[in-house]
Design a binder for this molecule. Sequence first.
Ligand code: NAP
Ligand code: 8YV
Length: 327
Amino acid sequence: MMDQAIADFDVLMPVLGIGDVAPGIEARMRLHRLWLEKDPEAALARLAPRIRGVAATGHLAVVDAALMRRLPKLEIVASFGVGYDNIDAKWAGEHGIIVTNTPGVLDEEVADTAFGLLIATARQLPQAERYLREGRWLDAPFPLTPSLRGRKMGILGLGRIGKAIARRAVAFGLDVVYHGRRPQEGAPYLYYPTLLGMARACDILMVVAPGGDSTKNIVNRDVLEALGPNGILINVARGSLVDEEALIEALEKRTILGAGLDVFAREPDVPPRLLAVDNAVLLPHVGSASRPTRQAMADLVVANLYSWIDGKGPLTPVPETPWPRRT
Ligand code: NAP
Ligand code: 8YV
């Protein structure tokens, strides 16, 4: 294969990349790793006039209007991850800047993680494993646990990942219902127009809707109360959807049965009170974090940038920055 020339295209990577996107970008563009600069502020001031792309590291990189305003030649923000609540996509759309994310390539992986988290939470598998390692099995069998059997799963956000989770739930013999902003034509599950109504009707609440202002703390005290003492909350979406203080209280007072959480309000800080409860299973935001899936996400970030510099437009623009552009 012939080496391709480096395009006259400067890409800013504001924070450390957790996906392997750098080699692909550097093969055809100039990449600037802001977080490695001794004085990032001075480096940004120096680089800003020529930056045409930003490689955003998923939920870790805040790309707000303040940053984009400083980049007068910015054309595209290519984000590593499907959720883009960390990017002001509305502002970007209003200013002719394209935002891309990585939809589709991680659905099955995240659904696997969500389902693993659900089983681990209901059947207390991490607790049972700790029990064995601590040598306590020698004294007595592990206590009996709650069960998945006979449960109804309410999915908050029946999107790409939500549907992959629903398929698994059906295969496991669970009843599935959902809530979103509107009913979906052709979805074979009962729709609930309100989250509270759905929480009352189910005993597993699976949270997999986007983060951002419109969903902030929608899983609140009332919703947790409605889920009830046999209820299990699983959150693989964003910590911002759940009122974390109300959740901790519900777990401490056992007004819900348990929670399985892959995401938190202020990652990577997890509140000590959450670490202390024995009815929660906690993961360090690993929903998509397998080698092949992270590689597929990285490849899609790079493919979006290549397609852009080749004049073919973005591959996976977010709805706020449609392509072709609205006239
Ligand atoms: P998606 O296909 O866009 O689905 C999102 C769903 O949420 C849609 O069905 C949408 O339905 C619903 N929704 C949107 N806004 C809502 C609102 N205000 N209230 C209620 N429902 C709402 O997204 P996806 O690819 O499945 O990803 C979902 C989210 O999972 C991402 O945004 C990301 O934050 C998170 N995620 C986490 C991990 C992880 O590692 N833990 C990995 C990947 C993704 P309506 O439009 O009908 O409302
Ligand atoms: C990413 C995620 O790992 O896709 C998302 O929305 O939360 C995860 O898959 C993360 O954004 C990478 O920083």
